[in-house]
Design a protein around this ligand. Structure first.
Ligand code: THU
Length: 140
């Protein structure tokens, strides 16, 4: 099977287990690590709304917990090709391989659109580079 289709299939499957009784917005994400292994995650909501965890971050956490370090592709399935929230973009950036691609798939229309992490999160915050720039600025 085509690698992107395989990733989308994994995201669609895990989306069926999304726990979203409050928003009813089901999200499934599947991430492929540099080793080729695939890790999936769905959104898990909570009665205390702010404790909700997004599908993308759950998939990335599963990759890290399994010993992975970088991802090359992630597929996110929603009803409408919903784009990842800002928090998820920042967490994606933390572990993205240089040419990483994000595929957003609509379960309703079957349409897919693909992005780089730079397109979704230009000028991402990174601790090392930002801190050295800020330190340099204040010493002037
Ligand atoms: N959600 C995700 O799983 N990923 C995102 O990037 C955006 C939002 C979830 C959180 C919540 O369960 C539901 O979608 C509606 O916000």
């Amino acid at each position: 099977m085509d690698p992107i289709k395989k990733l989308v299939a994994a995201a669609r499957e895990v989306r069926e287990r999304a726990y979203a009784p409050y928003s009813k917005y089901l999200v499934g994400a599947a991430v492929r690590s540099e080793s080729g292994a695939v890790f999936a995650g769905c959104n898990v909501e909570n009665a205390s709304y702010g404790l909700t965890i997004c599908a993308e971050r759950n998939a990335l956490a599963a990759m890290i917990a399994a010993g992975g370090s970088r991802w090359t592709e992630i597929a996110v399935v929603t009803e409408d090709e919903g784009t990842p929230c800002g928090a998820c973009r920042q967490v994606m950036a933390e572990f993205a391989a240089p040419a990483a691609r994000i595929h957003l798939f609509s379960a309703r229309t079957g349409e897919i659109s693909s992005y780089s992490i730079g397109e979704l999160l230009p000028d991402a915050f990174t601790l090392q580079s930002r801190r050295s720039i800020e330190c340099a600025d204040t010493s002037e």
